[in-house]
Design a protein around this ligand. Structure first.
Ligand code: AMP
Length: 402
């Protein structure tokens, strides 16, 4: 395993999530969040040696927030700081792996911005700020889409006129690639199987959710598409709907393109179905208290998830296991149990006690013996970004291969 400490940065339009990652260590020596950037309420929160800290940084933008972070990073990492890894959401067809940041990489991320108009410009703000503050450190972009660049054409093409693909890049890209890759490698390790000879279904279930079919370490299909709206029911995103909905709502309600797009991304999913919350924890509680909207939201979420996993099964020659990860996948025994309950055709069955025990970071097998594996595997995108960054900065040699 390559050594060195990496600062991992994940920039949103008004936030920066960060972590110092030493892949030799099981936990992060420093991690935190700068939020509400650009507003009077901007604040920096961080955790170091188990202690939580916060400072107000009123009006700070990305550059000012990172400048505030700089001394902390230098104190904690010192001379061990080997580089910076940036999470970048969309690499389009330019990037099938992590890429050292230089003028060409920045130009390609910028050129891909029309495919991710909210995310890539925010990621670039973080890259610009980090380049200004850490000019001498190697920096690497790690893309959510890169793992899925290997999909076969029959999985990534939409049944649309070819020019839309050839001239405008309209195709399925997929997201959460860093997470699906990380948990499938961990699952192979846990099962004692070689990554290069193992087949997995992976369900990353958080505020955004997706499924993935992974064969011998390669993504073969995934549920998100051109954008992260396609596929599963999510916190506030609808997932799959009939695309004619845009025309229907325009004709019947006079809704604009922007209104429908906003509704599908921000008012739908668990929130829309329940009329209560986008948060699975709150919905589980409300369901236990008899709230019909919460019950319906959970039922639709699990059924649609199972349907997607069964469909992903088409991409597998065999099934070595089903992986649950993400905030919901790692914690909700109810969602896991209801979902697996719909997958009898795949011969999947849970061990109820093992399922109930796998919460709050616990990992392990939860399937009944004699049936295909079902595993809970906590994801760690920061760790994978740090490993990819180190590999880009110092490619493995016979000496540092781990
Ligand atoms: P993430 O985006 O991966 O942080 O996941 C966020 C989702 O995980 C939210 O819907 C949370 O409600 C859900 N979640 C976190 N902890 C639990 C829990 N103990 N039980 C059910 N859902 C949870």
């Amino acid at each position: 395993m390559p050594s060195g400490t990496i600062l991992v940065i994940n920039c949103g339009s008004s936030s920066i999530k960060f972590a110092l990652v030493d892949p030799q260590q099981p936990t992060f020596p420093l991690n935190g969040l700068a939020e509400r950037l650009g507003s009077p309420e901007a604040a920096l929160h961080w955790q170091q040696d188990g202690q939580k800290h916060s400072v107000a940084i009123a009006g700070a933008d990305h550059l000012a927030a990172l400048a505030q972070l700089l001394p902390l990073v230098q104190t904690v990492a010192g001379a061990q700081l080997a580089g910076i890894g940036h999470r970048v959401v969309h690499g389009g067809e330019h990037f099938s792996a992590a890429s050292r940041i230089d003028a060409l990489t920045v130009a390609a991320i910028r050129a891909t911005a029309p495919l991710a108009p909210l995310h890539n410009p925010a990621n670039l703000q973080g890259i610009d700020a980090a380049l200004a503050l850490f000019p001498d450190l190697p920096q690497v972009a790690v893309f959510d889409t890169a793992f899925h660049q290997d999909l076969p054409e029959h999985a990534y093409r939409y049944a649309l006129p070819e020019t839309l693909y050839r001239e405008h890049g309209v195709r399925r890209y997929g997201f959460h690639g860093t997470s699906h890759r990380y948990v499938s490698m961990r699952a192979a390790e846990m099962a004692g199987l070689p990554v290069a000879d193992s087949c997995w279904l992976s369900a990353h279930l958080g505020n955004g959710s997706s499924t993935c079919a992974i064969v011998n370490g390669r993504s073969r299909d995934t549920s998100m598409g051109l954008t992260p709206l396609e596929g599963l029911v999510m916190g506030t995103r609808s997932g799959d709907v009939d695309p004619n909905l845009f025309g229907h709502l325009s004709r019947t309600l006079g809704w604009s393109l922007e209104q429908t797009e906003h509704m599908l991304n921000h008012d739908s999913g668990l929130l829309g179905l329940s009329g209560l919350s986008n948060d699975m924890r709150s919905l589980e509680q409300a369901h236990a208290e008899g709230h019909p909207g919460a019950t319906l939201a959970i039922e639709v979420f699990c059924y649609r998830l199972a349907k997607s996993l069964a469909a992903m099964g088409c991409a597998l020659p065999q099934l070595d296991g089903l992986i649950f990860t993400g905030g919901i996948g790692e914690n909700s025994a109810l969602v896991r149990s209801k979902t697996v309950g719909h997958l009898k055709l795949l011969n999947l069955r849970l061990d109820p006690a093992a399922n109930a025990a796998c919460v709050r970071g616990a990992s392990g097998p939860i399937g009944e013996s004699g049936h295909p594996r079902v595993l809970v595997v906590p994801t760690n995108e920061e760790r994978q970004i740090a490993l990819d960054t180190l590999a880009e900065i110092a490619p493995p040699t016979p000496q540092n291969q781990g």
